[in-house]
Design a protein around this ligand. Structure first.
Ligand SMILES: [Zn+2]
Length: 416
């Protein structure tokens, strides 16, 4: 039987190491004295733990703390070591795959982006992802630093425990064991989550959500997803399905349109990209004059968000009206979510970000009209910092978070 005291001691050590890494992530650069002050740990503990982390290259020393009152003995600053190792972020999109490799300072070292429309099956897309990941892993092996993990964002329901995609309504995938397949091929820790949930985590670690403990991310594109961060933690729900805000029913009866999920009247059907395009098509079909009709020669399959924005900038009334209506519906859903979760910040992302100059004023106005003043005075609505990289940066964040929260496998003393 393992000695109870030694178990407690090991658990305490893990907790302290994690506390130090998390504090350095948020507040670095910090001196050892600064770390002691912020963590409440005594100087002896800090000194031992910092030595372990330095020996394992997870953190590094830089510069000198000239603000130190201890004249003649300036302290050295500490920060996470960008060269500690690498993380891969992956997004499996509706019609693309995107893969980035970053170092521990979250600088992008390499990037692959491929359109997947040419692949005829789900298996072919998975095979291509595995091929690209094998290439990335081989590259990292040459750099002789560890691969901390691979985070994969997917537009669908993910079983958190097994990392299996249960259902991806917009990519038409069902029951794919993504985590185990990638783990077998790469031999690295793999984390799979819904792409909007990951985007929220990415913005919270490395973007517009830093230093906000209560945060909502709304991502509107082909689908409409959300990520909820409460008390600094991503809300995953009982099974990992939380955040499917796009499938809140907001319309019924004749107004309700079918959704890819099988329901009718989902928020996605009135506030997603297709809803914006449908509004333009309907207006043009009703005989309203639009620059879009002119420039596409009437072929509205050529519609893109960029084109709608271009039209709106030319004061095209059809485009402006469609953006106005879509912004109102986005604002209605966001107001509902603000009333439920009382966040400090709402981050708007996804493909519709391209139209943010037209959508954001309407979203803010609608939220103003539909939330209590006490609630809205303390919330701001901003755009995502990582734009189209939101989900891959989120993939990086989930693996990064795992290193900060559970550093033991990466410590030299433990064979890391
Ligand atoms: Zn739906």
């Amino acid at each position: 039987m393992t000695n109870r005291n030694s178990v407690d001691h090991a658990a305490m050590r893990d907790m302290n190491l994690s506390l130090i890494l998390n504090t350095l992530h948020q507040e670095s650069p910090l001196s050892r004295a600064g770390l002691a002050q912020l963590t409440g740990l005594n100087k002896g503990t800090i000194s031992t733990m910092v030595k372990d982390l330095l020996d394992s290259h997870l953190i590094r020393e830089i510069g000198r703390d000239t603000s130190s009152s201890d004249v003649g003995r300036p302290a050295i600053f500490l920060e996470p070591n960008p060269d500690a190792g690498y993380i891969i972020g992956v997004e499996i999109g509706v019609d693309f795959i995107s893969i980035i490799t970053v170092n521990f300072g979250i600088e992008i070292i390499s990037r692959r982006y491929e359109n997947t429309q040419k692949y005829i099956s789900q298996q072919a897309v998975m095979d291509r992802i595995l091929f690209l990941l094998r290439e990335s892993c081989e590259q990292i092996r040459k750099w002789e630093r560890p691969l901390f993990g691979i985070g994969v964002g997917v537009p669908g329901l993910i079983d958190a425990a097994s990392g299996r995609l249960i259902f991806g309504p917009n990519i038409g995938w069902k029951d794919v064991p993504i985590k185990s397949v990638i783990e077998t091929v790469t031999n690295a820790p793999v984390f799979v989550a819904n792409e909007a949930n990951l985007s929220a985590l990415g913005e919270s670690y490395f973007g517009a959500g830093q230093n906000y403990n209560h945060l909502l991310l709304i991502s509107s594109g082909v689908g409409l997803g959300g990520g909820i961060i409460i008390n600094g933690r991503l809300v995953d729900g009982a099974l990992g399905f939380a955040g499917e805000v796009g499938h809140m029913t907001v319309q019924q009866d004749a107004a309700a349109r079918p959704c890819n999920c099988g329901n009718f009247g989902c928020w996605e059907t009135v506030a997603g990209r297709q809803a914006l395009f449908d509004r333009i098509e309907t207006s043009i079909a009703q005989g309203r004059v639009s620059w879009i009709d002119e420039v596409t020669g009437g072929d509205l399959s050529r519609l893109s968000i960029q084109l709608v924005v271009e039209a709106a900038r030319r004061k095209d009334v059809v485009a402006l009206d469609a953006l106005q209506k879509t912004g109102e519906w986005l604002g209605i859903g966001i107001a509902n979510l603000i009333n439920v979760f009382n966040p400090h910040r709402v981050i708007f992302g996804g493909a519709l970000l391209t139209a943010h100059e037209f959508l954001m004023p309407t979203i803010r106005q609608t939220v103003k009209e539909r939330t209590w003043s006490w609630m809205r005075q303390n919330v701001d609505i901003v755009i995502a910092e990582h734009g189209e990289d939101a989900a891959v940066i989120g993939g990086v964040a989930i693996a990064y978070q795992d290193v900060l929260n559970n550093p033991r496998p990466w410590l030299k003393a433990n064979g890391g």
